[in-house]
Design a protein around this ligand. Structure first.
Ligand code: BG6
Length: 515
């Protein structure tokens, strides 16, 4: 049994500094959400805008225009978004029955995404809303649509004169959702098409993991403390484990999308590699988008996949089989009955630079696993000598520093201590910092932070074209290695995935954590 010293790290509870982070009245943009009748808008985007607005980060009068193919009136859209807010918003105090006055800031405009005349009408509508309300005319377009529409919509916006050139007084920015491409060639093509219309600082490629509070805390932890950073390198670290585990399967609605995507493209190419970058990158020279993204890009470009070693020693893919009362992946709606799409991936890779050479990075992600947990664990090396050997004390376990990204957001450090008594007995104990215990305020949703940053023009937490390119190079090399490989291993729902994944540890100390 491990001992536990609670709240050894004490934090101070400070209210968010609303004034400093507020979007000033004059900088307020009209937000146009393409795909406004879809899942993301109702579950995440409108609730995020509401929470920003309610907390005073946005002016009281704003304009959010839902754009989608279905015919709908403003009133119907407002009613639907009010229902979505009641269901999905993290806070709903002050919403009232009709969600007024918040929903009076919402408008709806019907648009077929390939209809030029529709874009002309959209332009008129946006101008009319802005001039009626006296808004300055900055525009944030949010593309919450299928990836096949990203480039056509941006091109149509350009053709219709709905994009202002970078550097003009009234700015235009476009948030592009994931997946950004399906593989390296398609991501490059997409980039080329949208870069023909927008400059790089107008494109905000979203990865919602970067907006998670605990993910941003990795910056604070690494670069705001003097005592940990000197240990983050090959001299002290044995290996790093990153787990993004989910208990859900296809949720009754995602099968068709997922079957053409799989875990590698859905979450490893983006979320998992981004987490790896944050833990492995050098301290940026300065805060801000350029320096942070330069450092992440260097990590991605140093990734070394052991492609010359047998696949099973560095990469395992799995697919969930049927469980008790849980349909197997192949029986999910929208999934081909003979699909070989992976719902689980485990990888051992290296980052071939001075800091990390020789340190395995063990990454895994899967659906229908034992628990929903995302964590990064840094396992340190054993002490250089086994000082206690002559006393008959077994080798103490190596120290581990774990960032719990979600749920139960926390950071914990395990170390060894003498357990009380006349003999030397050594036991692992834990020092915990737990967000919920230390801070009173609820953690904001990732989309709140990212939308606010998009409005403020801060792209630090968005992905730059070259990062995406390098991440796709990694994913593509993995996908290529699968081409002649046997199909994914089956695993039972509610487990930690295929047992073959344990073999990845043949080259390093330890085993997969069971967080
Ligand atoms: C999305 C993936 O990007 O992230 C989903 O498409 C996954 O498959 C989701 O379920 C996980 O996000 P979160 O924030 O719930 O961990």
């Amino acid at each position: 049994m491990e001992g536990r010293t609670t709240a050894a790290f004490q934090g101070k509870t400070a209210p968010p500094d609303g004034s400093r982070h507020r979007v000033a009245e004059g900088a307020m943009a009209t937000i146009a959400i393409f795909g406004a009748t879809g899942d993301l808008a109702g579950r995440k985007l409108i609730p995020a805008i509401y929470n920003l607005w309610n907390a005073g980060f946005l002016p009281k009068r704003i304009a959010v225009v839902g754009v989608a193919r279905r015919e709908k009136s403003d009133a119907a859209f407002r009613e639907e978004m009010c229902a979505a807010l009641k269901k999905f918003s993290r806070t709903n105090e002050g919403l009232g029955d009709a969600c007024d006055p918040f929903v009076s800031n919402l408008y709806y405009q019907q648009l077929e995404f390939d209809d030029d005349a529709g874009y002309a009408r959209l332009k008129e509508r946006l101008n009319e809303i802005e001039s009626k309300n006296g808004f300055p005319g900055h525009r944030l377009y949010y593309l919450a649509v299928g990836p096949e529409y990203f480039a056509p919509i941006i091109e149509s916006l350009g053709k219709a004169g709905l994009v202002r050139a970078a550097g003009e007084d009234r700015w235009t920015r476009v948030v592009v959702e994931k997946p950004f491409g399906h593989d390296l060639p398609s991501a490059r093509e997409l980039n080329a098409r949208i870069s023909a219309v927008l400059s790089e600082d107008q494109i905000l490629r979203i990865d919602h993991y970067l907006g998670k509070e605990t993910v941003q805390n990795i910056f604070a932890f690494r670069f705001g403390n003097a005592i940990f950073e000197p240990l983050f390198n090959q001299k002290y670290v044995d290996h790093v484990q990153i787990t993004m585990a989910e208990t859900v399967g296809m949720e009754g609605r995602r099968g068709a999308f997922y079957d053409g995507t799989g875990a590698l493209r859905d979450v490893v190419q983006n979320h998992v590699l981004q987490l790896m970058c944050l833990v492995a990158m050098e301290p940026p020279a300065l805060p801000g988008a350029k320096h942070t993204r330069d450092e992440k890009m260097k990590v991605l470009s140093s990734v070394d996949l052991p492609v010359n070693e047998p696949l099973s020693t560095w990469c395992v893919r799995g697919q969930y089989a049927e469980g008790t009362n849980i349909p197997g992946y192949l029986s999910e709606e929208g999934v081909a009955p003979d699909s070989v799409t992976e719902t689980y991936v485990a990888l051992r890779l290296k980052i071939d630079n001075w800091r990390w050479a020789g340190v395995p990075f063990m990454l895994r992600s899967g659906k229908r696993l034992k628990s929903r947990v995302t964590e990064i664990a840094i396992q340190f090396k054993h002490p250089p000598t086994h000082f206690f050997q002559e006393m008959g004390v077994p080798m103490p376990k190596p120290n581990t520093l774990a960032f719990r990204i979600q749920p139960d957001e926390a950071i914990s450090l395990t170390f060894n201590a003498k357990s009380p008594g006349m003999e030397m007995n050594i036991q692992g104990v834990t020092m915990d910092f737990n967000y919920g215990h230390t801070f009173k305020e609820e953690l904001p949703e990732a989309y709140e932070r990212l939308l606010l940053d998009a409005l403020r023009g801060d792209s630090t937490l968005f992905m730059r074209a070259d990062e995406i390119d390098y991440a796709w190079q990694i994913a593509t090399r993995i996908a290529e290695a699968w081409q002649d490989a046997p199909p994914p291993e089956l695993y039972r729902p509610g487990t930690w995935g295929p047992s073959e994944a344990n073999k990845l540890f043949e080259h390093c100390e330890g085993s997969w954590r069971q967080p």
